[in-house]
Design a protein around this ligand. Structure first.
Ligand code: NAP
Length: 302
């Protein structure tokens, strides 16, 4: 990919954001096109984060958000335009798999793709959610040999549970709908438990993978973490707000906490590295994602 100059200007908004610095890359006939496919996608932090990362790396590339309802048409566009790479989000992470030429074994095992790389017309699918979560957790604890409680049994729980089992953690699944929880636990080789048992099982790690606590319902908690052992590391993958009520209560109980933005940035950095072959700047990406959140002004983020 060709290198080029980028420049930045300061943009001022009256309310609610005081001052935001934005970088713009000059666009020309050799600009590489990346984007996110989802529905809804209006509040995605991907454009803020990836465009800043491209600009910082001096890459001639741009990343846009596409609200995609016709996935077959959009994927034909990836080949036809062509686009260099795509992030895939709700509700396309599973259906996108049928439009790819090859799927990375980890994404195949997880059963979902959140990253597409276009290598000279060969579309390859990856899942960076598992890697992102493990990297984020790894900033506070080494999960190998630890007991990890995963709350939720959706796509994110599957990706995170898969990663934890693979590196040798003992995984406990907790879910509102027991049948879904049991099914996930069985497929991962994990255990299923009711939420009431959480504190008594004294997990080393607790991860909320449900959307509970996401703006605008900022005060909601999937479970009260105040009975957890203070030595526990508590992670929430919700990132709007960055410090959820769940994390605030866990911190008050003496636990170390990991916020969902840290996972979001790590999974985005893994995408950047797959697309460009270059190391991503985590600091630049986190700052850009925080600015994107500020611009959302606490509005609902899916
Ligand atoms: P999903 O497949 O829809 O699964 C959601 C899970 O949450 C289900 O197990 C559901 O339980 C549970 N749940 C939903 N509402 C609940 C409630 N009120 N009380 C208790 N449990 C509830 O969603 P997903 O794809 O896993 O995503 C989950 C969240 O993670 C979203 O907020 C998403 O934005 C976020 N996420 C963050 C990152 C990151 O990088 N930080 C990455 C991926 C996803 P039932 O089975 O009972 O319905």
């Amino acid at each position: 990919m060709a290198k080029r100059n980028s420049f930045s200007i300061a943009c001022w908004r009256v309310n609610p954001v005081p001052a935001v610095r934005r970088s713009f890359t000059l666009i020309d006939t050799s600009t590489a096109l990346y984007g996110v496919f989802g529905d809804p996608v209006a509040h995605s932090l991907g454009p803020a984060m990836h465009n800043q990362a491209f600009a910082r790396a001096g890459l001639n590339a741009v990343y846009l958000a596409f609200r995609v309802r016709d996935l077959a048409g959009a994927m034909a566009g990836v080949r036809g335009l062509p686009m260099a790479g795509v992030s895939i989000t709700i509700p396309h992470k599973v259906p996108v798999m049928e439009y790819l030429d090859e799927i990375d074994p980890e994404a195949r095992a997880i059963g979902a793709v959140n990253t597409v790389v276009n290598r000279d017309g060969h579309l390859m699918g990856y899942n960076t959610d598992s890697r992102g979560a493990l990297k984020a957790l790894g900033e506070k604890i080494d999960p190998v040999g630890k007991t990890a409680a995963v709350i939720g049994a959706g796509g994110a729980a599957r990706a995170i549970g898969y990663g934890l089992v693979k590196i040798g953690a003992r995984v406990l699944i907790f879910n509102r709908t027991p049948e879904k929880g049991r099914t996930l636990a069985r497929s991962l080789g994990a255990e299923f438990h009711g939420l009431a048992d959480l504190a008594g099982l004294r997990p080393d790690i607790v991860i909320n993978t449900t959307p509970v606590g996401m703006a605008p319902a900022r005060d909601a908690m999937v479970v009260d973490p105040s009975g957890l052992a203070p030595a526990a590391v508590v992670m929430d993958i919700v990132y709007n707000p960055v410090e959820t009520a769940f994390l605030k209560a866990a911190r008050a109980a003496g636990c170390r906490v990991v916020d969902g933005l840290t996972m979001f940035v790590h999974q985005g950095a893994a995408q950047f590295e797959l697309w460009t072959g270059r190391k991503a700047s985590l600091n630049v990406m986190r700052r850009a994602a925080l600015q994107g959140l500020e611009l959302l002004g606490g509005r609902f983020h899916a």
